[in-house]
Design a protein around this ligand. Structure first.
Ligand code: ZN
Length: 382
């Protein structure tokens, strides 16, 4: 480990501190667009540090009660490193307090309420890194910029409004990986929503059914032929909603199928889209119907290579923390997609979250402490 850190850090004390920071944050109810209480607590936590704190307009734009919070600790060493974590959680169970329970090394909720370790774990790590680097001589540290985003769970909406270019950063560690400590997500897919509108012809169901073109029957054929689920190792699709028709005595003239597709490269995404559009048109045509397929890009995929400086720093420092860096891919989206899409190379660091988005979520304090020190080491690496 970098001697700059060992000189500063009493490991056991740091572990207690990050545990307390984490449970402090987990006790705050703050689902998407209701992050103000967390943002306020974060301002208090960094109040004694030599940082600047800025809040952007994302909350105003999205109808939330807080914007993204950007906390900058300037350093004199070359380099500007972003730490990103989202402040919001999935909706808590109504009528129950947020009450994290510490049980030995584990923090959980006893199964009655969400923990929100996704992503308060990442937020706590970023706070602890700011505290550690604040003790490091400015000449020895790069500039560290913590971006605490809003509305991640609503479709990465806060990160989308972050002025990424203005950060002028070299790369970002996103602290939101639902994978074990040591694993880093360097690859995630593109995602699009699809709407397949099936057009038939309306007719009276009893007087002249022959005159109609049955849009629901056509939609059924389209659905049957749709490549559904894990289409390939690098592609996954879903049909999430279908609607159509007006009354039982009318041959329906319209049905609407709502779907999504994900693939790791744009070329594969286009291939998948073409396959779906062709198959939908062909199936609808067999019963005289037509389709209109529209697509909407929700976010871009990303792939960060193993020899990127961020990955090289993680790989070089991992052994000192009894870790082996493992690059993995994730089929889910995160703020990492948005940062990469905006031109800031970013990887999503596993922080050891378990059973996220559920009342059984738990996290290990030792994991939080270990990933924090590893990242500190990697950020100082050169
Ligand atoms: Zn998350």
């Amino acid at each position: 480990m970098n001697p700059v850190l060992t000189e500063l850090t009493d490991f056991s004390h740091m572990r207690e501190r990050i545990r307390d920071t984490f449970t402090d944050l987990c006790a705050i109810s703050a689902p998407s667009l209701r992050e103000a209480a967390v943002a306020l607590r974060l301002r208090e936590m960094v109040a004694d540090l030599p940082v600047s704190v800025e809040e952007d307009r994302a909350g105003l734009d999205l109808g939330g009660d807080s914007g993204n919070l950007i906390v900058t600790l300037p350093g004199e060493r070359v380099g500007r490193i972003v730490l990103a974590a989202h402040m919001d959680t999935v909706p808590p169970v109504a009528g129950r307090p947020m009450a994290p329970i510490v049980n030995g090394d584990r923090v959980h909720t006893g199964g009655k309420q969400i923990l929100g370790g996704d992503d308060r774990g990442g937020v706590a790590i970023a706070v602890e890194l700011l505290r550690l680097f604040a003790q490091v001589d400015a000449a020895a540290r790069p500039t560290v910029i913590a971006c605490f985003t809003i509305a991640e769970e609503l479709g990465l909406r806060g990160a989308r409004r972050l002025d990424v270019a203005a950060l002028e950063a070299d790369y970002a560690f996103v602290l939101d990986g639902e994978v074990p400590v040591g694993e880093v997500i360097t690859r995630a897919p593109f995602k699009e929503s699809l709407e397949i509108e099936v057009q038939g012809r309306r007719a009276h169901a009893a007087l002249e059914p022959e005159a109609g073109v049955h849009a629901i029957a056509a939609a059924a054929r389209v659905v049957s032929a749709f490549p559904l689920g894990r289409v390939a190792d690098d592609m996954v699709t879903n049909i999430g909603q279908i609607e159509g028709g007006t009354a039982s005595n009318v041959v329906p003239d319209r049905a609407l199928i709502q779907a999504e597709i994900r693939a790791f490269t744009e070329a594969r995404l286009n291939e998948l889209f073409d396959r779906i559009a062709d198959s939908a048109a062909r199936e609808a045509a067999t019963v005289g119907a037509s389709v209109n397929v529209t697509r909407d890009r929700l976010y871009d995929g990303y792939a960060v290579e193993d020899d990127h400086p961020a990955m090289r720093a993680l790989a070089a420092t991992a052994p000192a923390h009894d870790l082996t860096l493992t690059a993995v891919s994730s089929i889910g989206g995160s703020d990492t997609n948005i940062l990469n899409g905006q031109g800031l190379p970013a990887v999503d660091v596993g922080i050891g979250m378990h059973n996220i988005h559920s009342t059984d979520e738990w996290i290990s304090v030792a994991d939080l402490a270990r990933v924090t020190l590893w990242l500190a080491d990697a950020i100082l690496y050169r």
